[in-house]
Design a protein around this ligand. Structure first.
Ligand code: PMP
Length: 396
């Protein structure tokens, strides 16, 4: 009993600190309006930034892929699981988002978490120094830990501090790693300055564009395209379960980097390849993202972002200066953030309260995630609900 008691105590402790997480059950496809836990809600919780997750063309592509390739891949990529659909997806992605490097090649993964672990552990090891932004995503942090490299954390977006760290380092291999769009703040990393530092110090720059791919840059080609950056030192990671609306991830880099990952990245080698139908659906998604429909969805999303920024400035809480679809409102304590989220929930709005360890202590927040699936009427409902929160009492 002793072992179970310890866990129960740990869970009770999470409860007491307002840190216990609970899952909700979606009964209908991910969309602005969904049935969750048996109730109709207006959702601001998803990363489905372009509103493609419920797109009939992608559901049809998934069904077509399953008809062609079956349900599962049957093996790892190096042992039988690599299909024509994966090859096609990698070619599509290298062409679509690989413009930042000569000879781009792409490698597909079943999740972004795995892609991050794989990339970092393949590029960094003992004798390497990794320079990591203080607000990087958990999967980059875990990759850094797994790599056994020396890890130096620079202050969020702190390019001066990073420059000093690079200057002082005599590591044989240096790797700078950053989110492009920070997932809990919505701000964009100073990519041009980071690349200039990487070039000056002979370092790799690994960027995780989970929240930028499909949304930023011309045709949604991502954060590097938006900043018009080019370098053989760049390694680009994008996830395909957010704006692309399906699942999976991809690493894009110079073909030599990709060949190295293929040979050495254990999270790539020792796992079953994703179902080919998933890759097939992502290829269909890229066509939508790159085309006129993608442009229209991004333009609509941009109007929603600007309207939300204006709306959040009117509340009693502190908005973050974000121009992306991630629009946080910093509330403060866990209890206060939970209380505010609960009031919104009563009004039929799902806006998640994000708490430590996902964000620093004392900065618990509502994270409003916008999607092209939202209408201006949906935003009007959010605005009304936030205005009504103006008067309520919340715990400190
Ligand atoms: N990087 C960032 C910045 C993310 O926000 C996420 C997902 N929350 C991931 C990587 C992981 O991607 P996936 O969900 O595909 O595992």
């Amino acid at each position: 009993m002793f072992l179970l008691d310890t866990l129960e105590q740990g869970l009770a402790d999470l409860d007491a600190r307002g840190l216990r997480r609970r899952r909700r059950i979606a009964e209908t496809p991910c969309d602005a309006h969904m049935n969750v836990d048996g109730r109709e809600i207006l959702g601001f919780a998803s990363n489905d930034y372009l509103g493609l997750a419920a797109h009939p063309a992608l559901a049809a592509a998934m069904a077509d892929g399953a008809a062609r390739y079956g349900a599962g891949s049957g093996g790892s990529h190096l042992l039988g699981g690599h299909s024509r659909a994966h090859v096609q997806l990698e070619d599509d992605l290298a062409e679509f988002a690989g413009g930042f490097v000569d000879a781009p090649r792409a490698l597909s993964f079943s999740t972004g978490y795995m892609a991050n672990l794989a990339t970092i552990t393949a590029l960094a090891g003992r004798g390497t120094t990794l320079f990591s932004d203080a607000l990087n995503h958990a999967s980059l942090i875990d990759g850094a830990r797994l790599s056994r490299a020396d890890v130096q954390i620079y202050p969020h977006a702190g390019t001066n501090a990073l420059a000093a760290m690079l200057e002082a380092s005599d590591a044989a291999v240096k790797v700078i790693v950053t989110d492009t769009v920070f997932s809990m703040d919505g701000d964009v990393a100073p990519l041009a300055a980071l690349l200039a530092l990487a070039e000056r110090h002979g370092a790799w720059l690994v960027v995780d564009d989970a929240h930028g791919f499909g949304v930023l840059g011309p045709q949604g080609r991502g954060a590097l395209a938006a900043a018009a950056l080019r370098s053989p030192h760049l390694v680009y990671i994008c996830t395909l379960g957010k704006a692309a609306g399906v699942a999976g991830a991809c690493v894009i880099a110079h073909e030599t980097v990709i060949e190295w990952l293929l040979q050495r990245a254990r999270p790539y080698i020792f796992t079953t390849a994703s179902p080919p139908a998933v890759a097939h659906a992502v290829s269909a998604s890229i066509k939508i993202i790159a085309g006129e429909e993608g442009d229209a969805r991004r333009a609509h999303l941009a109007t929603l972002i600007e309207r939300t920024r204006a709306m959040l400035r009117q509340t009693r809480w502190q908005p973050v200066d974000s121009h992306t679809a991630v629009q946080p409102l910093i509330i403060g304590s866990n209890e206060a953030a939970l209380a505010v989220a609960a009031r919104l929930d009563e009004a039929g709005l799902w806006v998640p309260a994000i708490r430590p360890p996902t964000v620093p202590v004392g900065t618990s927040r509502l994270r409003i995630s916008l999607s092209a699936a939202h209408s201006h009427d949906d935003l009007a409902r959010l605005e009304t609900a936030l205005r009504q929160l103006g008067e309520i009492e919340v715990p400190a």
